[in-house]
Design a protein around this ligand. Structure first.
Ligand SMILES: Nc1ncnc2c1ncn2[C@@H]1O[C@H](COP(=O)(O)OP(=O)(O)OP(=O)(O)O)[C@@H](O)[C@H]1O
Ligand SMILES: [Mg+2]
Length: 188
């Protein structure tokens, strides 16, 4: 894990479709995000924010250009290398939270830590501590359906932070808690 990562985006373009249905969602974007920097990405609906963020988070490959994380060109990596990078280097808070409905608050967060290979007991302890810091200590055994909108959002925040990722992406409606100086947050 590296939580001092620098992100470099060079001349990135993303086109969807072909021929008459081709859409250029992102056109020739370059930017750098240094450790500790907070970057806001704003633009009208359809201007390519989600597409850009998906590429920065290694969820989508650019049509042209490169994306580097600490000098490694992640945009060129094979698909089978990407899940581990997504797990350890990126913390995503999706706009609709994407909580697993059959898992409790605690399990929704602990499972993300367990995926890195740490023991279940350690993962649960870490998750409980983080959730308690976020004011959810009394909700650890609740299923998502029993949580308020703001509580679900905090579970999603805990899930994005549990592996101490280098890069944290939050949606436009998200209020981020516990941001430390090493935190890089991208909002769209
Ligand atoms: N999978 C896709 N296939 C084809 N076109 C797409 C696809 N995803 C997005 N687009 C198009 O790419 C453009 C950028 O979409 P994107 O979702 O990145 O915009 P956005 O800035 O996030 O918009 P919003 O603020 O509405 O969420 C839009 O014109 C959209 O219709
Ligand atoms: Mg969007």
């Amino acid at each position: 894990m590296n939580n001092k990562a620098t992100l470099r985006v060079e001349r990135v373009t993303k086109r969807y479709g072909t021929g008459t249905t081709e859409v250029t969602a992102v056109h020739d974007v370059s930017l750098s995000v240094e450790p500790g920097e907070i970057v806001l990405i704003m633009g009208p609906s359809g201007s390519g924010k989600t597409t850009l963020l998906s590429m920065l988070g290694a969820l989508l490959k650019p049509t042209e250009g490169t994306i580097q994380l600490n000098g490694d060109v992640i945009s060129a990596l094979a698909e089978n290398r990407l899940p581990d990078i997504r797990l350890r280097q990126f913390g995503f808070i999706f706009q609709d939270f994407n909580l697993l409905s059959a898992l409790t608050t605690l399990e929704n967060v602990a499972i993300v830590a367990e995926l890195t290979g740490i023991k279940s007991k350690v993962a649960r302890h870490k998750a409980a501590s983080l959730l308690t810091d976020l004011g959810l200590g009394e909700r650890l055994n609740f299923l998502p359906e029993k949580l308020s909108g703001g509580e679900k959002q905090r579970v999603a925040i805990a899930r994005a932070l549990i592996n101490d990722p280098a890069l944290r992406s939050v949606t436009r409606s998200c209020v981020c808690c516990g941001a430390s100086p090493k935190t890089r947050i991208v909002v769209w």
